[in-house]
Design a protein. Structure first.
Length: 278
């Protein structure tokens, strides 16, 4: 049996960030072999990930960035169980490494992202390693990207909310300011689509049914319900489609009117909004 010293245990703890007793037990099981002990701890993390699969992981970090030329942007959400872990430097650094790698490789899906490597470990394995260190359920739950002539990102204070916006190509000094203001609009007003024609049909159907039910509850005649519901739908479009929303910087304008004042040819191509717990 190998002689496991306190110095050995501390060395493994420094390498892995795992608790002293877990490190000691892993070294004993590995008979002093550090590489085997690390593998044992990783396997423990994998088991722990399964054990905690039913736990809620609603805390974490959401971050968005673009490439330096602003033609590709990405947003990631890395979840954990507690705000304490979400503020841990190693957790934050790992999320930023994931995002940087996604921008470097211009990744097109979450599945593609999780198999890429950071420091010799796949991102999926890296998440499991962090689970072993913290004892919390973790998940890289969301990844979205936009490739467009102009892409802008906004990170709300506290990194619980981030937005990404793709725009058509326009070359003039105000374009960066416009991109920043619209990403903030998306963060604040949570639109469901860019314009009326972009709203998914299932959302439209649901809003019509809700409108009918509300009118029915108000005692309106059955033959009037469809017309009343369509009127409510128009109000829904105004409140929930980006171009038709009231512009938060100037309530006298819609977002569409604000863009048209800047450049009538400027178009919004796509957007994403990720928020913890949403």
């Amino acid at each position: 049996m190998a002689n496991i010293t306190a110095a050995d245990v501390n060395k493994l703890r420094q390498q892995t960030g795992v608790g002293m007793m877990d490190c000691k037990n892993a070294l004993v099981e590995a008979e002093g072999d550090f590489e085997k002990a690390i593998d044992i701890l990783r396997k423990k993390g994998q088991k722990l990930a399964v054990k905690r699969a039913e736990r809620n992981a609603n805390e974490g970090i959401v971050i968005a960035r673009t490439t330096s030329d602003k033609t590709f942007g990405a947003v990631v959400m890395l979840n954990c169980e507690t705000d304490f872990v979400a503020k841990n430097k190693e957790f934050i650094d790992f999320a930023n490494k994931i995002l940087d790698l996604s921008l470097e490789k211009k990744v097109n899906s979450l599945d593609e992202l999780t198999v890429l490597t950071i420091d010799g470990r796949t991102i999926s394995e890296g998440v499991t390693d962090l689970i072993g260190k913290t004892g919390e359920k973790m998940e890289l739950s969301h990844y979205e990207f936009i490739s467009s002539p102009k892409v802008y990102a906004y990170n709300h204070q506290g990194n619980r909310l981030a937005t990404l916006l793709g725009m058509s190509s326009t070359i003039y000094a105000e374009i960066d300011q416009i991109g920043h203001e619209i990403t903030m609009q998306i963060a604040a007003m949570n639109p469901v689509a860019i314009d009326k024609n972009d709203v998914p049909q299932d959302i439209i159907n649901r809003e019509i049914e809700v409108g009918k039910d509300q009118a029915r509850e108000e005692g309106k005649p059955e033959e009037m319900l469809e017309k009343i519901a369509l009127g409510k739908l128009n109000k829904f479009y105004k409140d929930n489609t980006l171009l038709n929303q009231e512009f938060i910087r100037d309530g006298k304008l819609t977002v569409g009117e604000y863009l048209a004042k800047a450049d009538k040819d400027l178009k919004l191509n796509s957007f994403f909004r990720l928020m913890l717990g949403a």
